[in-house]
Design a protein around this ligand. Structure first.
Ligand SMILES: NC(=O)c1ccc[n+]([C@@H]2O[C@H](COP(=O)([O-])OP(=O)(O)OC[C@H]3O[C@@H](n4cnc5c(N)ncnc54)[C@H](OP(=O)(O)O)[C@@H]3O)[C@@H](O)[C@H]2O)c1
Length: 277
C-alpha cells in the first residue's frame, strides 16, 4: 500500500474506555476523545467487544457532531460470552451481524475500516474475509483489514490491495519481521506501544494488579521472561514513555500507531513524549 511514513499517524485506542476487563474508571472517556480531537488526532480504534458496547456508546456521544472528521476503525470477530469469557465470532454471518450492531451502537451509517480482530480458529480465514468484503459491498464499511495473523496467514493480506493490518509492536514484543513483510501491501497499524502499561509504570512489576484487571491473569504478562524484559527496560531508562514510543516510531515500516491513554492527562504526556521524536 504505502511506503513507510517518516512519522506514523497517531490513533486513539479505546479498549480502556470499555470499562470491562480494565481497572479504573471511564468517567474521563468523553473528555479524552475531546482532548484527542484538540490535539489533531482524527483516527480512532475500537472493537465490538470493548466494554460489551460501552466503548461504542462513548464514541457515539463524543463524536456525534464531528462524524465526518473521524476515521473509525471497528474490529469484529470477538464477543463477550457468559462467565466473563471472550469468544471468537469470525463466521460470515457473525461478521455481518456484528458490523450491523456496531453501526447502530456508533450511530453512524458507515465504518471507515472494518477489521477482523483475531483469526477465528474454528473458521477458515477466507470465510471471515468474505464477511468483511460483504460489509464493504453493502456499504457498511469503506475498507477492511485483519489483525494478529500468524506468519502462515500473511498471504491473505498480500493478495488484496488497500488493506489494514493491526498487530502489537513494542520493544518487548518486537514484530518488525512481520511488519516488513506486510508494509508494501497493507497499512501497518500497531498497538500497545507501552506494552499495555508495563513500560510506563514500573510499579506494576512490584505491586499486585487488581484481579479485575485482565493484565493480572494474562498468560504472556505473567511469564517471568516477560517481566524480566520489562525490568531490564526500566533499569536502563529515566524516560520510559519517551524511550518506548521512540522505539516504535523509529520502526520504518509502521504507518499508524494506536495510543492507549486512560485520561486526558495521559494523552497530554504521550503527545509531549512524541513531539520531539
Ligand atoms: N487489535 C488488537 O488485538 C488490540 C489489542 C490491544 C490493544 N489494541 C488497541 O490499541 C490500543 C492501545 O493498546 P494498549 O492499551 O495496550 O496501549 P499501551 O500504550 O501499550 O498501554 C496503555 C497503558 O499504558 C499506561 N499509560 C498510557 N499512557 C500513560 C501515561 N501517559 N503515563 C503513564 N501510564 C500511561 C496505562 O497503564 P495503566 O492502566 O497501568 O495506568 C494504559 O492503560 C487499545 O486501546 C486498543 O484500541 C488492539
Amino acid at each position: 500500500m504505502a511506503d513507510a511514513k517518516s512519522t506514523p499517524d497517531l490513533w486513539l485506542g479505546t479498549w480502556a474506555l470499555g470499562g470491562k476487563g480494565v481497572s479504573g474508571t471511564v468517567k474521563h472517556s468523553k473528555a479524552l476523545i475531546d482532548a484527542a480531537y484538540q490535539y489533531g488526532i482524527r483516527h480512532i480504534d475500537t472493537a465490538f467487544f470493548y466494554g460489551n458496547g460501552q466503548a461504542h456508546d462513548t464514541i457515539a456521544n463524543a463524536i456525534k457532531n464531528q462524524r465526518s472528521h473521524w476515521h473509525i476503525c471497528e474490529k469484529v470477530g470477538l464477543r463477550w460470552a457468559s462467565r466473563n469469557r471472550v469468544i471468537h465470532s469470525g463466521s460470515l454471518d457473525a461478521i455481518i451481524h456484528d458490523c450491523q450492531v456496531a453501526l447502530r451502537r456508533l450511530r453512524t451509517d458507515y465504518i471507515d475500516t472494518l477489521m477482523l480482530h483475531w483469526p477465528d480458529p474454528h473458521c477458515n480465514l477466507a470465510t471471515s474475509i468474505d464477511g468483511l468484503q460483504a460489509c464493504v459491498d453493502r456499504g457498511y464499511a469503506q475498507h477492511w483489514g485483519l489483525g494478529n495473523l500468524a506468519d502462515t496467514q500473511l498471504h491473505h493480506l498480500i493478495n488484496y490491495p488497500n488493506t489494514v493490518y493491526q498487530l502489537e509492536h513494542n520493544c518487548i514484543i518486537d514484530n518488525s519481521a512481520q511488519l516488513y513483510k506486510t508494509h508494501q501491501h497493507a497499512y501497518n497499524l500497531v498497538f500497545s506501544p507501552l506494552a499495555n502499561g508495563w513500560l510506563a509504570n514500573p510499579n506494576h512489576l512490584h505491586q499486585a494488579i487488581p484481579k479485575s484487571d485482565r493484565r493480572a491473569r494474562h498468560p504472556i504478562y505473567t511469564q517471568p521472561s516477560y517481566r524480566a524484559a520489562c525490568q531490564d527496560f526500566h533499569a536502563n531508562t529515566t524516560t520510559p514513555i519517551e524511550d518506548a514510543l521512540r522505539w516504535v516510531i523509529q520502526t520504518p515500516t509502521v504507518h499508524g500507531l494506536i495510543l492507549g491513554p486512560r485520561s486526558p492527562e495521559h494523552l497530554h504526556q504521550l503527545i509531549l513524549a512524541t513531539a520531539g521524536l
